[in-house]
Design a protein around this ligand. Structure first.
Ligand code: NAP
Ligand code: ZN
Ligand code: ZN
Length: 346
């Protein structure tokens, strides 16, 4: 099926219109007309080759929501006309220990939604900055029908990437939780941690985001460039989630953790971060990472958001503004997720 999209032809060329073929709908496949696609900073890191390993042309986009156009004969979970979502993965091996534990994101053979080997057509997978997508129903999500569809798209990556570590680290009422960076992931982290009952503190470098942080549900906001403000929170956090996309000092945050506290890094800056081991050993603090979440947990997160009426705060953009949106992401000028209105792709 001929499909119109936006692609980058190299690390230094802007995204521009591009045509490619999607596979025909197989027995277990769902074909989705993409209505909205969120813009994740991972799209930008990949398109600009910041992590290495990008195959061009690259069609990014893994926060996909839309309407089911067609289903294969063995599909049981979806029918034409349903709203549906696709996140960061479209397949995995289904048999390894990770897949058996519903942790497909750690499967050695995961097929990511873009820039991953395409088992069906060869080459690499193409993502959601496109008219439609075909995926196995096992990797397609149900969207709660009480949520605004455009504002739900970012849940498919920013939502699950923050929900999963908050959940894994048992964030709950009575805990003090920090969210570092108020961008796409960070603002979802605030909403989700708050809904889980935590006392939430936002760390931002952007003075113009303070009022929004409080409106989004934060109990306190810290200007992370101000050492005095940081000092006030020494040894006080159960858990800190770091969503920052660029080089920054993580050691300052280790010192804010209580004994046995954990800082989980979900932001993936292209350059290594330096770790002051002393800040970890005193206090038995730990530093870990987390990658999106499995499909079962993604559905759980969507249902949790449906129940708590949680969506993303978005700026809806036409697709020809995508390059400008990327430039604004680099400047932290995002409130709080760009979402592409795919009706503008013609
Ligand atoms: P984003 O919307 O651009 O937000 C990143 C935020 O980090 C910015 O808004 C800014 O917040 C802060 N920031 C940026 N540069 C900074 C700097 N030099 N020093 C301190 N703070 C800075 O990005 P996103 O889409 O949320 O993604 C964030 C990161 O997570 C990216 O690296 C992305 O690739 C990664 N990611 C990881 C996973 C995973 O599974 N682990 C999934 C999705 C994305 P303030 O203005 O508040 O300071
Ligand atoms: Zn993402
Ligand atoms: Zn597997």
């Amino acid at each position: 099926m001929k499909t119109l999209a936006y692609a980058a032809k190299s690390a230094t060329t802007p995204l521009a219109p591009f045509n490619f073929q999607r596979r025909d709908v197989g027995n277990h496949d769902v074909q989705i007309e993409i209505l909205y696609c969120g813009v994740c900073h991972s799209d930008l890191h990949t398109v600009r080759g910041e992590w290495g390993g990008t195959t061009y042309p690259c069609v990014p986009g893994h926060e996909i929501v839309g309407r089911v156009l067609k289903v294969g004969p063995h599909v049981t979970k979806f029918k034409a006309g349903d709203t549906a979502g696709v996140g960061c993965m479209v397949d995995s091996c289904r048999t390894c220990a990770n897949c058996e534990e519903d942790l497909e994101q750690f499967c050695p053979d995961t097929t990511f939604t873009y820039n991953s080997a395409d088992k069906h057509l060869g080459g690499v997978t193409f993502g959601g900055y496109s008219q439609s997508i075909v995926a196995d129903e096992a990797f397609v999500l149900h969207i709660p029908d009480n949520l605004d569809l455009a504002a739900t798209a970012p849940l498919l990556c920013a939502g699950i990437t923050t929900y999963s570590p908050l959940h894994y680290h048992n964030v709950s009422a009575g805990q003090k939780v920090g969210i570092v960076g108020l961008g796409g992931l960070g603002h979802m982290g605030v909403k989700l941690a708050k809904a889980m009952g935590a006392h939430v503190v936002v760390f931002t470098t952007s003075a113009n985001k303070v009022d929004d942080a409080l409106r989004l549900g934060a109990d306190e906001v810290v200007n992370s460039k101000n050492a005095d403000e940081m000092q006030k929170h020494l040894n006080s956090f159960n858990f800190i989630l770091d969503t920052v996309s660029a080089q920054h000092d993580i050691n300052a945050y280790f010192l804010l953790l209580k004994r046995d506290g954990n800082l989980t890094q979900v932001g993936v800056p292209p350059e290594p971060l330096s770790v002051n081991v002393g800040s970890l050993v005193f206090g038995r603090r730990s530093f870990s990472g987390s990658l999106i979440g499995g499909i079962k947990e993604t559905q759980e997160m969507l249902d949790f958001c449906g129940k708590h009426n949680i969506t993303s705060d978005i700026e809806l953009i036409p697709i020809d503004n995508i390059n400008e949106a990327y430039d604004r992401l680099v400047k932290s000028d995002v409130k709080y997720r760009f979402v592409i209105d795919m009706a503008t792709l013609k």
